[in-house]
Design a protein around this ligand. Structure first.
Ligand code: HEM
Length: 326
C-alpha cells in the first residue's frame, strides 16, 4: 500500500514537472479542438483570408508576424490585440506599431461569433491565420493546434522587454528563445519568415550610415548591397520601407537563406545567424539545397512557438471582441 502511494506521488510529481513547469505547456491544445463545438471554424478563417489576400496580398506578412509578437509576450494569448484607452497595451509598443491587419482578425471574430458564439478564442484565430497566410497560395501547410484561451492583460513594457530588436546579436537571440522553450534551430527556421514582407529603414539604417558611431557601415553587410539600400533609405529616414526579400517579398520561399548566406540579410538579427555554428550550418544548407527541409521545419517550429505560455482549460477567457478596450 505504502509503495503504491509512493508510486502515485512520484507519478504526480513527474506529471507536474512535465506539464506545469515546462515553458511550452501544450496541455489542452490539440489539432481539431473545435471539431465538435465549431466545426466550421477553420473553414471560416480560411475563406476570409483567401478573400483578404486576393485584394491585399501584402497583409500576409504582418499577419504572420502578429502570431510571433503575440506568443513572445505573455504567451500566445491574444494579448497583442487588446486596446488600451491610455495607450499602454502591447499594441502601443514600438515593435508593434508596424503590425497591421488587426481589422482582419476582428472581421474573422465577428464571423465566428455569428457561427458559434463565445467558442473560438482570439489567440487561436491568430494561430490559424498565421498558417493560412503562409499556405495561401503555395507556402508550407501545417496542422494548427487549437484550444488556447485569451488573456486579460496587455502591457506595453512587457512587449518592449520580450520582443527582440533588429539589432540583437546571436547570443541574445538564442538566450531569448531558450527562455521561451525554443531552440537555436527554431530561431533560424522561424527567422525564415523574413522571406515575406518589408522592413522600415529605421530598423537597419545604422548599418548603412553610422554603425559604430563613426559614420561607418556594418562590415558584415555585403558592400555591393549597401549602395542599393542607401538609394532607398536616406540618412535619418524612418518611414520608407524596403522589401526584405527583394523581387519575391510576397512569396513564401527559401530565398531568405540565400540572401543571408550572401550577407544580404536586412537586419543585424538576420546577419547574426551566421555567427553561431548551428544556425550558420542551417542557413548554408537551405541556401545550397534550395530549401530542402525549410517548409517541413517551418511547420514543426511554428507549432512549437504556438504552444508558448498558452492558457487552456478554465484559464483566461474567450473574448467576444478581440480588440476590446482593457
Ligand atoms: C529573430 C528575431 C526577429 C527579429 C529581431 C525581427 C524583427 C523584425 C523587424 C524589425 C521587422 C520589420 C518591421 C517593419 O519595419 O515594419 C520584421 C518584419 C517581419 N517579421 Fe520579424 N523579427 C524576428 C523574427 C520573426 C519571426 C519568428 C517571425 C514569424 C514567424 C517574423 C515575421 C516577420 C514578418 C512576416 C515581417 C514582415 C512584416 C511586414 O511586412 O509588415 N519575424 N521583423
Amino acid at each position: 500500500m505504502a509503495t503504491s502511494k509512493l508510486f502515485s506521488f512520484l507519478f504526480l510529481q513527474m506529471m507536474f514537472v512535465l506539464f506545469v513547469l515546462h515553458p511550452a505547456n501544450s496541455q489542452g491544445l490539440k489539432v481539431g479542438f473545435y471539431a465538435n463545438t465549431c466545426p466550421e471554424a477553420e473553414a471560416i478563417v480560411e475563406k476570409i483570408i483567401v478573400q483578404t489576400l486576393s485584394r491585399a496580398p501584402s497583409l500576409a506578412a504582418p499577419l504572420l508576424r502578429m502570431h510571433f509578437h503575440d506568443c513572445f509576450v505573455r504567451g500566445c494569448d491574444g494579448s497583442v490585440l487588446l486596446n488600451s484607452s491610455t495607450n499602454q497595451a502591447e499594441k502601443n509598443a514600438i515593435p508593434n506599431q508596424t503590425l497591421r491587419g488587426f481589422q482582419i482578425i476582428d472581421k474573422i471574430k465577428s464571423a465566428l461569433e455569428k457561427a458559434c458564439p463565445g467558442v473560438v478564442s482570439c489567440a487561436d484565430i491568430i494561430a490559424i491565420v498565421a498558417r493560412d497566410v503562409v499556405a495561401t497560395p503555395k507556402g508550407p501547410f501545417w496542422e494548427v493546434e487549437t484550444g488556447r484561451r485569451d488573456g486579460r492583460v496587455s502591457n506595453i513594457t512587457e512587449a518592449l522587454l520580450n520582443l527582440p530588436p533588429p539589432t540583437a546579436n546571436i547570443s541574445t537571440l538564442i538566450k531569448d528563445w531558450q527562455q521561451k522553450g525554443l531552440t537555436a534551430k527554431d530561431l533560424v527556421v522561424l527567422s525564415g519568415a523574413h522571406t515575406i514582407g518589408i522592413g522600415h529603414c529605421g530598423g537597419f539604417s545604422n548599418r548603412l550610415y553610422n554603425f559604430t558611431g563613426k559614420g561607418d557601415t556594418d562590415p558584415t553587410l555585403d558592400p555591393n548591397y549597401i549602395p542599393k539600400l542607401k538609394s532607398k533609405c536616406k540618412a535619418g529616414d524612418q518611414t520608407t520601407f524596403v522589401e526584405m526579400d527583394p523581387g519575391s517579398f510576397k512569396t513564401f520561399d527559401e530565398d531568405y537563406y540565400t540572401l543571408v548566406a550572401k550577407r544580404r540579410g536586412l537586419f543585424q538579427s538576420d546577419a547574426a545567424l551566421l555567427d553561431d555554428a548551428e544556425t550558420k550550418a542551417y542557413v548554408e544548407l537551405q541556401a545550397t539545397t534550395r530549401g530542402s527541409t525549410f517548409f517541413k521545419d517551418f511547420g514543426v517550429s511554428i507549432v512549437k512557438m504556438g504552444r508558448v505560455g498558452v492558457l487552456t482549460g478554465k484559464d483566461g477567457e474567450i473574448r467576444k471582441q478581440c480588440s476590446r478596450v482593457l
